[in-house]
Ligand binder design. Structure first.
Ligand code: 0RA
Length: 633
């Protein structure tokens, strides 16, 4: 058992020769320090310290170490002491003590690798040899086998062989190093950075005592949390109103150790921290995804079972007010992303999801009062979100000056000069028109047959009418004295009604409305009336349309006999293709541009029909009784 010391002493003479081979590794690290520790600024500097602390934490995770003590020395060096098993000092195949291999060979893994959830492969885990290579000097003490071992290195090279310097009644490792000023731009360790990280590590590794002493200022801190991440969440939520005690869920699945601490607050902030092998994975990853999925599923499952009229909640609503710490330990972690802080192992997602789902559901079932509080919080969050969305939309629409009616099928073109609005009577004709149209430049607004009697109503009452409001909103240029022709959203507004008495009635109503409340629309020549054909004439496979009785006569004369004539009574009798071909397609259609005279006539007609002058109405009906057979007044 004394062989290690003896050989180390025998080695002394051959030292210069035997360490030549490690020079290559040291040189590589010193040439490109950034490749190993990310940079030579503050981050890189502290990286050296994390590398050693992580090794001690690994020893703690393996169950051999309880105390870790970090000292920031006056001379600019830092030291880490732990009470683990001590770095092996036994002779290695390479003819050197394992300790020396660990401190000089890059990736001296293999036999020395303590398997248990090493941080290696992650942000840290570059190895102690990197710390050594980038230090002006490094001293190591190991208590092991009842002895105290000591060795000193300068810029990665041992200046003497490992030697026994005394007896020991303990085990452990002490490493003190001074970052090389030739390498680092910054060489001063930061109390803030170090204390924060040590506290975080204490939370993440329950029961491990991490002590920090700053020799430069005399400040001292001890971090140790028996409740681990539960304490972490308590700390994050201190001073905030909380809905329940911290929930702790843990388990192991496919080699992944999962720990989760959750507490909902009565606030609208979400604070979730994700760690993989003690690394704060700020870019998230599979553990974050699994956590969110499992939590959402559990809460919705519980809600469905126990809450009346429960509507499934979204993850966003669930996570409002959530504080959580998720910590996983993964055998072979894989990190990606900008800062290598995104965990990508897919087995972690399923492990976290299933542990969180079943654990959370069980907790909810066992704590029904708190569970209801949480659900109520989520429902409130949803309401607030929906209200905020509505408010935002209102503001947006106010800015645009209109609320587009729901039944408007708008066109996609943004060029006002080619946009057309068809105001179509009846839902079914509106449906056909929507199918028939060229959606790029033709918009359809279906209106119900009975629109308000503008004559009697006056402007305010007219504006309470849903159909009128929809028309005003769709046109988007205001109404009455506020009407602004430059804001009209379409170059043509086309009234499309049936070629029957009801159609005529509605057309008259609309014309009256436009004449009274949007007169500039007519004066500018924007208002049109669509002309559906009155007849469909078929001879063999050929089809003709006639838009008037005169036209029908002409067509019939031309075609001779053996023709089928169909009279269209309504737009609804045409299928969408026919409607497009005959009435909407700019190539074939007939549009009547409404003049101010037409509108004025309509207005007069309307005044007679609908107004208060009973005598005028009677006279009118007698004169026009042939045309207005079915008019209901
Ligand atoms: C390799 C193997 C063993 C322990 C360690 C390294 C070790 C490294 C460091 C670095 C700082 N503190 C440390 N503590 C332990 C296991 C040795 C054995 O099997 O006894």
């Amino acid at each position: 058992m004394k062989s290690d010391v003896k050989v180390a002493e025998d080695q002394k003479s051959e030292y210069s020769a035997s360490h030549i081979e490690v020079l290559g590794d040291i040189e590589a690290v010193r040439k490109r320090p950034g490749m190993y520790i990310g940079g030579v600024g503050v981050r890189g500097l502290h990286h050296l310290l994390w590398e050693i602390v992580d090794n001690s934490i690994d020893e703690a995770l393996a169950g051999y170490c309880k105390n870790i003590k970090v000292t920031l020395h006056k001379d600019g060096s830092a030291s880490v002491e732990d009470d683990g098993r001590g770095i092996p000092t036994e002779m290695h195949e390479l003819g050197k003590p394992a300790l020396e291999i660990v401190l000089t060979k890059l990736h001296a893994g293999g036999k020395f690798d303590r398997k248990a959830y090493r941080v290696s492969g992650g942000l840290h885990g570059v190895g102690l040899s990197v710390v050594n290579a980038l230090s002006e000097w490094l001293e190591v003490r190991v208590w092991r086998n009842g002895k105290e071992y000591y060795q000193r290195y300068e810029r990665g090279v041992p200046v003497e062989p490992l030697k026994v310097v005394g007896k020991a009644d303990r085990t452990g490792t002490y490493i003190r190093f001074k970052p090389d000023e030739e390498i680092f731009e910054v060489t001063e360790f930061s109390w803030e950075i170090v204390s924060q990280r040590l506290r975080e590590l204490a939370y993440l590794n329950k029961g491990v005592k991490l002590e920090l002493y700053d020799e430069r200022t005399g400040e001292r801190r001890v971090y140790c949390y028996e409740d681990g991440i539960v304490g972490f969440v308590k700390k994050l939520n201190s001073g905030k109103p909380v809905l329940h005690d911290v929930i702790y869920l843990s388990g192991e699945k496919s080699g992944v150790i999962v720990e989760v601490a959750i507490q909902f607050t009565d606030t609208d902030v979400e604070r979730a921290l994700f760690f993989a092998n003690n690394i704060n994975t700020v870019e998230g990853g599979t553990h974050a995804a699994g956590f969110r999925a499992g939590l959402t599923r559990a809460i919705n499952e519980f809600g469905k079972k126990h809450v009346k009229k429960f509507k499934p909640l979204t993850g966003v609503d669930i996570r409002e007010g959530l504080t959580a710490v998720v910590s996983v330990k993964v055998p072979e972690p894989q990190f990606e992303g900008q800062t290598k802080t995104k965990l990508t192992n897919s087995e972690v997602r399923t492990a976290v999801d299933s542990i969180v789902y079943s654990g959370m559901l069980e907790w909810l079932e066992e704590h029904p009062n708190e569970a209801i509080k949480i659900i109520e919080k989520c429902v409130l969050a949803r309401k607030a979100r929906e209200a905020a969305k509505r408010a935002r939309e209102l503001v947006r629409k106010k800015k645009e000056g209109l609320t587009l009616p729901g039944k408007l099928a708008d066109c996609s073109s943004k060029r006002p000069e080619e946009r057309e609005l068809f105001i179509v009577e009846g839902e079914s004709a509106g449906g056909s028109a929507k199918q028939a149209r060229d959606r790029r430049f033709q918009a359809i607004l279906p209106i119900r047959g009975k629109i308000i009697n503008v004559e009697k109503a006056g402007m305010n009452r007219a504006m309470k009418n849903e159909e009128i409001r929809a028309i005003v909103a769709a046109i988007g240029a205001g109404v009455g004295k506020d009407f602004d022709i430059t804001k009209v959203r379409y170059r043509r507004v086309i009234i499309m009604t049936d070629a029957d008495v009801d159609g005529a009635h509605i057309r008259t109503l609309l014309l009256t409305f436009f004449y009274r409340y949007m007169r500039p629309l007519i004066e500018s020549g924007y208002l049109y009336i669509a002309q559906p054909p009155l007849y469909r004439i078929k001879k063999g496979k050929k089809v003709y349309y006639a838009y008037s009785d005169r036209e029908l006569e002409d067509v019939l004369k031309r075609l001779g006999d053996k023709v089928e004539v169909q009279r269209y009574k309504g737009l609804g009798e045409m299928n969408p293709e026919q409607l497009w071909e005959t009435t909407m397609n700019p190539e074939n259609r007939y549009l009547i541009q409404v003049t101010i005279e037409d509108a004025k006539k309509a207005d007069e007609l309307f005044s007679i029909l609908m107004g208060e002058d009973v005598e005028a109405r009677r006279k009118f009906i007698v004169e026009h009784s042939k045309e207005v057979k079915n008019l209901d007044i």
